[in-house]
Design a protein around this ligand. Structure first.
Ligand SMILES: CC(=O)SCCNC(=O)CCNC(=O)[C@H](O)C(C)(C)COP(=O)(O)OP(=O)(O)OC[C@H]1O[C@@H](n2cnc3c(N)ncnc32)[C@H](O)[C@@H]1OP(=O)(O)O
Ligand SMILES: N[C@@H](CCO)C(=O)O
Length: 352
């Protein structure tokens, strides 16, 4: 299906890939007729080697041109008049791919709480099936941040020479106990919602609001709230920081569901590129593509040292840093720094 595009010359298409039959997970559980919704911008060239494959973060979707508008789009860093830009909604996420609210083809009813645990490896394997289906032999650049970076580094391991440049932002090779702890507090908030446990698409909605509020504090640095949410000196209640977090909670709960959020945070927890591969350092050393790991100096969730670890252990690693009081979310916001880092990386390697 061709969507309406503001550009006469740029093609944009939204499609759904269906893997007929069994998709086996790392847990050995099966998802039948697994679906991935994906959006492409631009045209695949004759050699099928102009592919920029974007992987979204925790609550993103397949429309990378929308949520990464500062670097993707006409006349932007990744321009669809030159590249074929593709982003698929991750398995388990609620923007068109198979997720807990999807109907289980085996039972004919939604999975709800029976939805299997997914790992970043499962998500990467799902993307690999889509790549094969599209007949893409070579990926120019694979790029993703946070959860998207975790899936990206997993997939780079699987892809081997089939990807030339892997760019991992504000992410890691193995999830730290610190991040698992934050995710657990968010799931506790969801589970404390009285509606959690009901077979209802809105189950856990109020809990999800609280979960997002907690998460927002991990996505930002204290300096960011001090700059943007400071109150008048005489206040004793009704603080701006409070209404900001409440608002952010409500905003997410309107566009996401708690079951999918639960699934994706569990995926983040179990991420470990080194599992059954001799440890993270060894697994990273088996990745042949160039890897640019971008950390954020004030990221309190995925520490910059975790990005440095990736760059230090892959065969061809580069580490660069965004300096920002936005903290973790800087990779979605600090476009000027990002463009500078990306252009220097490609220039350095004489790649376009
Ligand atoms: C279908 C989809 O939408 S999916 C794709 C979209 N999302 C993604 O891809 C996930 C990645 N993106 C994100 O996480 C976010 O969009 C970010 C990090 C890029 C930016 O976050 P934002 O929430 O836009 O920025 P910020 O933290 O500055 O908050 C601004 C919002 O808070 C509101 N706000 C600010 N201060 C306060 C306050 N004290 N009290 C209440 N509300 C406040 C603003 O009015 C604004 O509201 P709006 O979003 O309705 O315009
Ligand atoms: N704020 C982003 C980043 C999470 O890592 C999101 O909601 O997806």
């Amino acid at each position: 299906m061709n969507l309406e595009s503001p550009y006469l010359s740029i093609d944009m298409a939204q499609e759904t890939f269906i893997h007929k039959g069994d998709f086996q997970l790392e847990s050995k559980e099966i998802i039948k007729d697994m679906q991935l919704s994906f959006i492409t911008h631009g045209q695949l060239n004759a050699k099928k080697d102009n592919v920029i494959w974007v992987i979204h973060a925790l609550t993103g979707d397949a429309n990378a041109q929308e949520w990464w508008s500062g670097i993707i789009g006409e006349d932007k860093f990744y321009d669809p008049s030159k590249y074929f830009i593709i982003c698929a909604n991750l398995l388990g996420s609620c923007y068109g791919s198979t997720q807990p609210l999807s109907e289980n083809p085996v039972t004919g009813i939604p999975y709800y709480y029976d939805f299997p645990n997914l790992t970043s490896r499962d998500m990467a394997n799902a993307l690999e099936l889509l790549r094969l289906d599209l007949g893409i032999h070579q990926i120019h650049t694979l790029i993703g941040g946070s959860l998207g970076g975790q899936v990206g580094i997993e997939w780079a391991y699987v892809l081997q020479e089939k990807v030339r440049n892997t760019i991992i932002l504000a992410s890691n090779a193995k999830t730290s106990p610190w991040t698992i702890g934050f995710n657990e507090t968010q799931r506790m908030a969801i589970a404390a919602d009285q509606t959690w446990g009901q077979n209802d698409p809105d189950a856990g909605k109020k809990g999800l609001e609280a979960a997002r509020a907690i998460a927002m504090l991990t996505y930002r640095h204290p300096e960011n709230l001090a700059n943007n949410q400071a109150d008048d000196a005489d206040k004793t209640d009704g603080y701006r920081a409070s209404s900001y977090l409440r608002y952010q909670g409500q905003k997410l709960a309107k566009r996401f569901n708690a079951l999918s959020y639960w699934t994706l945070t569990k995926t983040m927890d179990s991420h470990d590129i080194g599992r059954n591969r001799g440890g993270a350092a060894f697994a990273l050393s088996q990745i042949p593509s160039r890897v640019l790991a971008i950390g954020v100096d004030k990221d309190l969730l995925f520490l910059k040292e975790e990005s440095q670890f990736i760059a230090n252990h892959v065969q061809k690693g580069t580490y660069r840093e965004i300096k920002s009081s936005y903290g973790h979310d800087a990779f979605l916001i600090e476009y000027e720094q990002l463009k500078y880092i990306l252009s220097s990386f490609y220039l350095e390697h004489n790649d376009d």
